[in-house]
Design a protein around this ligand. Sequence first.
Ligand code: PLP
Length: 419
Amino acid sequence: MPIWRPYTPHYAGAPPVPKIVRAQGSYLYAEDGRAFWDGVCAWWVTIHGHSHPFIAEAIAKQAKTLDQVLFADFTHPAAEILTEKLTRLTGLTWAFFSDDGSTAVEVALKVAIQYFYNRGEKRHRILALEGAYHGDTFGAMSVSARSTFTAPYKDYLFEVEWLPFPSPENEAALRSVLESLRGRRDIAAFIGEPLLQGTAGMRMYAAHFWDDIARAVRAAGALIIADEVFTGFGRTGTLFAIQQCEEKPDILCLAKGLTGGFLPMGLTLVREEVFSAFFSPEREKVLYHGHSYTGNPIASAAAVANLTLWEHPQTQEQLQMLVRYQRQLAEQWNAIHPTAPARQLGLVLAIDLPSTEKGYFAAHRTRLKAYALERGVFLRPLGSVAYILPALSSQPSELERAVSLIDKYLQALPEEERS
Ligand SMILES: *Cc1c(COP(=O)(O)O)cnc(C)c1O
């Protein structure tokens, strides 16, 4: 099939990929009868489980009622209910709709830059965290770490100032950089993933580091953008990661799990004060951004259904049960695998596989994926970082099985690769 798949090398002799015809709960079902437990939540989007009937129903109902309407000139109930729910949950009062995580980030960056433009202030610098990943469009790539992903475009990306990743080892370096922000008048915004950098290899950091960064950024008069495209919707153990931090963002990006994993949709939520710079009849102050499908009613209905499920106490109970289980599995793993340390935050259990190669292209990525797939589990390691991200439909026994597969994979490695 001449289908050009994302992030995938195409070459003669590349292994064929399974054709998935159905998915239910935590399982993907292939045309040839195989079933795979999904330990990746599709591409980090599935929340309550695949083909969840409540969300599927909401989508069907919406599709038969109102499919699409031009969002610049009209509004509709699903978008209004969604906005009402999210503004109540986040305290951010205005919602801008787009299509996915990258566009939610683009909008956040454009809003931050234009916020100062509209106020007649010259600020052009953007800060980001080392190792960041914020998407694949040009603005989003610019605020992402320079890597193989971005190499062909590097001359076209705008410059960013990188803050050291807030690990305990980097604490002193980070403090001195934050100290140096004092008195700066050229910074427009800082963008970061609170508590957990996903694509960077499930790198976790303590909430107080987010707070320290946010305070320094705010003291320099700049805006704080939280990219919760990955961390949102329970991944870190709370609905949003930012709930575990004291310092709240001025701008929040949501996508991935927003519709429960059913349909693409991005949202950029902003604080009243940020919006006020755009509240004007002057044409120069308008945010000129929009996509054909902006505010799509069907995606909005899916997002409303997702949030409705989050209002059920059983959702919270299931989340907390799985979080406890992941924590326990990480502790048990660490007690017997000194050369392959595990870490856990919320639903995410990540294991650093012993490897001389580091980064996204380490061989474990393809080897462990193939090993697990043959045994009915879908894992997609980030280089030498194996991780398990379960949907809320998962059972403890399935988490255990995925961890034990990683263990068996390690045991099957040649001796010299095991440490
Ligand atoms: C995936 C991701 C994005 C990009 O989202 P897309 O929907 O893939 O465009 C942005 N930020 C973070 C943190 C992500 O994990």
